[in-house]
Design a protein around this ligand. Sequence first.
Ligand SMILES: NC(=O)c1ccc[n+]([C@@H]2O[C@H](COP(=O)([O-])OP(=O)(O)OC[C@H]3O[C@@H](n4cnc5c(N)ncnc54)[C@H](O)[C@@H]3O)[C@@H](O)[C@H]2O)c1
Length: 373
Amino acid sequence: MAAKTERQFVRKTGGICLRADARWAGRMSRGYPLMFCGDVSVMLPGNALGAFLLHQRLSEGQIPALLPLTQAEREHCRNRLVGQVAVITGGASGIGAATARMFTRHGARVVIADIQPSLGEKLLKELGPQAEYVECDVRKEEDIEKAISKAYELENRLDVVHSNAGIIGCVGPIDEVRIDEYDATIAVDLRAAVIAVKHAVRFMKPQKRGSIVITGSVASVRGGMGPHGYTVAKAGLLGLVNSCAAELGQHNIRINMISPELVSTPLAAFALAALAEGGSQSVTVDDIDRIVKQNSMLPDRLLTHLDIANAALFLASDMGGYISGHNLVVDGGKTAAHVLQAGGNHWSTKYMPMVAENDFVNGRDVEGLHDTP
Ligand SMILES: NC(=O)c1ccc[n+]([C@@H]2O[C@H](COP(=O)([O-])OP(=O)(O)OC[C@H]3O[C@@H](n4cnc5c(N)ncnc54)[C@H](O)[C@@H]3O)[C@@H](O)[C@H]2O)c1
């Protein structure tokens, strides 16, 4: 939404012009066709006179910028989660944070359950009153239960649970895996999802409605895409989704999974650093984006947080209303094509000899990832 149009609006109507989240705007603008989509920029009349003038000018077509949505645009922009409540574990960073932005933008109230309060608070400032942060270590059942209960109590409903928190966990060849580290990996990457589903369903069953989304990985469906513990956990999530889809359909609860390829987040950076052969160069967001691009099946197209958040929205909302037990792989077709590119991001380059050596990771730490928009 151009600032010019906003100024024009204020001048013509005597109203006020706000950038607001869609849900709040939906409440405030009741009765007026005021909602903009795309950039989620919203104009609201500031007082009765403003409202009247605005209405009049809208009817007369004097403020063309307020009226040009086509049917297709309206359809595209509709608020998919208005009035709904969602919980996102690991929602303070990366994919989870992008999903929190997407869900609030589509009208949901979101509980961000994470162990990074500073990032959580920062995100809350951006998302406003639609979002809450709950300290939640997904290794602890009581924490997950608390986060889900808190979400339910917001509106006496629980619509979406996105079990997303994850870590890379133990690394190294299989004959050197430390079993305590493996257990710790499974606790976050697999066991926590089982707990989240358990407690989500306890609220969703009585209301006979709900959607559960779990973040898997391309490592859920192929070897060599992550370290062993991570791969075992992510593959286990597929079993969880299949098993629960078979049981939960009768309660009108859907459960699905998103399996992204490499996307620029702290976790991805940790993975790249873990793949590296020593050294201490820093890895910047740009570096990771370059690597993601190098690996992309789609020329000149980066996989972004937004792509994953779009997939989450699709599965969480009624857009995916007849989909359950599905694993939506978001990888540009890489796993479908069985491609293990030389120069690609493959754990197998280090631990599994059949894939060509890659050359992009040279032992680097990670910097500036939380600055990613
Ligand atoms: N980034 C990728 O390339 C990629 C690819 C495939 C799958 N994934 C998956 O996406 C999910 C999100 O990861 P991301 O890439 O956004 O990384 P990220 O590091 O940005 O986010 C992970 C979040 O999980 C939280 N978390 C970790 N341990 C936790 C715990 N014990 N309790 C609560 N929260 C905890 C972290 O604090 C962080 O906010 C993970 O499940 C990951 O496996 C990521």
